[in-house]
Design a protein around this ligand. Structure first.
Ligand code: 11C
Length: 347
């Protein structure tokens, strides 16, 4: 009983968390197929106490698969997600390959799970920094309306993959020991220049577009509009990489449609909102920090305060584990939601 699940990219930073999350959630799995590029094929990974061999992902690998979780990079998804869908699997893709396709639902279950009903075999998991922002904003949008969003992010290195985290550790040790080092990965492996991340802040995540924004910033802008079904919502983002291993933080400035609200109105909403943990008590120095959020599925919100000049303006601080709610947990949560809604059923 259960589903035949495939995980594509099982050895990556997100793939590892996907397996851990499937175990922790006791996901109904009757068979598990682990797939990867030829490079990782042949390695074994432990799942529910058993070693599972990773196979090279090919179109035929998806015969008989019910649910395929992809997190092996955009080009792998582009090549193989349609092959998996063609063979009857429902794909939940963690890359940006299909997010903006009009016939692909882009889903944060707390916000737009109804969009899942319109799937055509592929469902996209949004970018990590988008997901946690929307978990915090959706209750506010629903109750008070949203007029504007301006976000600055403080993003963890694991968003750029396991190798980037190794680079952070290596550089930190080198600097502490007064040894030489050469940045090789961050801010973007494939871009022209690489900069020190240890003891630094880099205002570039992904490459620049012609409009002066980076792709990461444009993902936050475009994905927010699609998920909230608010094409005209003004959204602006500045995305910055920090020497934090895991846990993205975000400073949000928002304006609500409704005026005359207080910070307590926003706190009252978020206190009981799905997927949100409110940590907001300045007098006790209580606010979210990435170090406290690692390993947790929730989105943590604090520092909620009213703007001093704009009546309907509010500021807040939003933190979440980018590998869990930002990636693995949101993907597995989509799979659980598909089952709950009867969209995927046992064969
Ligand atoms: C980062 N947000 O922190 C990126 C990683 O589109 O799924 C996720 C990239 C994506 O570097």
């Amino acid at each position: 009983k259960g589903f035949h699940v495939a995980v594509v990219g099982a050895t990556g930073a997100v793939g590892q968390q996907m397996l851990k999350t499937l175990e922790e959630r006791n996901f109904p799995i009757k068979a598990l197929t682990l797939l990867s590029s030829a490079r990782s094929a042949g390695k074994t990974v432990s799942f529910r106490g058993e070693d599972v061999m990773i196979q090279e992902a090919k179109p035929e690998s998806f015969e008989g698969i019910d649910i395929a979780l992809f997190s092996a990079g955009g080009s792998v998804s582009e090549a193989l997600a349609p092959e998996a869908a063609k063979r009857g699997a429902i794909v939940i893709d963690n890359t940006s390959a299909f997010r903006m396709h009009p016939d692909v639902p882009l889903v944060v279950p707390e916000v737009n799970k109804e969009d899942l009903r319109a799937h055509n075999g592929i469902i996209a998991n949004p970018n990590c920094s988008t997901i946690q922002m929307l978990v915090a904003l959706e209750p506010i949008r629903k109750a008070f309306g949203l007029k504007k969003v301006i976000v600055s992010t403080y993003q963890a290195v694991s968003g750029a993959g396991a190798k980037a985290v190794e680079e952070l550790y290596r550089q930190t040790k080198a600097i502490v020991n007064n040894e030489p080092f050469e940045p090789q990965i961050l801010p973007v492996g494939s871009d022209k220049k690489h900069y020190q991340i240890a003891f630094n802040a880099i205002p570039q995540i992904d490459k620049f577009q012609d409009n002066g924004f980076t792709y990461e910033e444009m993902k936050m802008i475009n994905e927010t509009k699609k998920i909230m079904h608010m094409e005209d919502l003004p959204v602006a983002a500045t995305c910055v990489r920090l020497p934090v291993a895991t846990g993205h933080s975000e400073s949000l400035y928002i304006e609500t449609e409704k005026g005359g609200l207080t910070a307590a109105d926003i706190q009252g909403l978020l206190k009981d909102a799905p997927g949100v943990v409110l940590q907001d008590n300045p007098s006790e120095q209580i606010y979210p920090m990435p170090a406290d959020c690692v390993g947790k599925n929730d989105t943590f919100v604090g520092r909620i305060r009213k703007d001093l000049n704009t009546d309907n303006g509010f500021h807040m601080w939003v933190v979440s584990d980018n590998l869990l709610k930002g990636a693995a947990w949101n993907s597995v949560q989509i799979a659980e939601t598909l089952i709950e809604m009867g969209i995927v059923t046992e064969k």
